[in-house]
Ligand binder design. Sequence first.
Ligand code: PLP
Length: 455
Amino acid sequence: MLPNSNRARDLATIVHQQTELSGMRETGATLMTGGDGVYVFDEDGKRYLEGMAGMWSASLGFSEKRLAEAAYAQMQDLPYYHTFHSRGHLAAVDLAEKLLAMAPAGRPGNPLSKVLFHCSGSECNDTAIKLAWYVNNLRGRPEKKKIIGRQMGYHGCTIAAASLTGMPGMHREFDLPISDRFLHTSFPHWYRFHEEGESEEDFATRMAEDLETLILAEGPETVAAFFAEPVQGGGGALTPPRTYFEKIQAVLRKYDVLFIADEVICGFGRTGNPWGSDTYAIRPDMVSCGKALSASYQPISALMISEEIHQALLEQSARLGNFSMGFTFAAHPVACAVARRTLEIYEEDRVFEHAAEVSPAFLGALEGLMDHPLVGDVRGVGLIAGVELMADRARRVQFAPEAKVGTRVQERAMANGLLVRASGDRICFTPPLIITPSQVEEMAGLFRRTLDQTL
Ligand code: PLP
């Protein structure tokens, strides 16, 4: 690395996220300088097909000028305002109306009727936890506070969201989970964990039984809420086995436990429908979303809450006065304007329909890799897929973790001009929703070349 190069400047100043910090001292970071559709370019002009849409998020690719125009127009009108102290602004109202009009169906008779804007998915999940506690205090159930997530589930990086996250690495040495209110149940990775001859349906029954056993062991009167991503993203793009959410929801209803759908990755067309909740018939009490809400051109996220929860907030306010929470940048007008324009573009360009139409080509191209000796399983829905690398497919034997096969594949793919994400030895694909069938072919071709070189 040349002294005074951009890489050296980066290394001298920035602590990178989700990165082996000591490992990157030699090479530094790859700095991106531009984008064009599904591609991004680094400072040396090298082109990469963004197979992850950045952080599972840049749904409209990297050069959507209509979003830049929306941001500029809003900056000229009202560059900043907030929603504290009974004040607000129209950019937030316009976005909230549009978002709620397309919200997933809530529980029967209890629609998602209000929205709290934030700047990240983590903040939305933290607020959802706080609201579950706040509401149960109002209802005279101060002991009903435990929150259940799933092993390998990812919900963010703030203290509560990271506690809820089920990845050991997110807890180790950070003194998390912050309290014993955070619990984790088994996660539905059918391919890796099903017993010989166990169908997806039987496996789903077992997962629901695990959840029920946990709730009963803790005492249903102590369990407030269950969080799940419709497709577990950070865990490796894990689609749920058939009947999983139907059975999980039956358990939650039985014990009066809220279902909070974390749609931060799955929302906005990713699973071939507007919401992952649509794809898997989830009827949530709250929904967190972010990322593709603004195509990631601005940091904005939203927590949608049911009318029952909203009524409880009104009741609490009648008792306590102020609703004592809020963020300076929440509902930032520029972010709201960009998000609203994003939702319009989704409609005008039929982006969700396009994603659903490209999905068979996308999944088919990756499933075509099943003939490769390194590939154990390929599974996905819409424009999200996970390719599981295996030492021995026939006997379902994984590679030793020290071999870091997934990481090696991720790095080699990058050298080949393809950006993908390794979650252990599962390689995740979530390209921008605007990807074309020929770009899907290019993506699969680059990945096959990568696997050949890794053999
Ligand atoms: N929830 C899920 C399912 C996510 O994948 C993420 C981030 O990847 C988050 C929450 C956290 O979102 P953010 O990084 O915007 O805080």
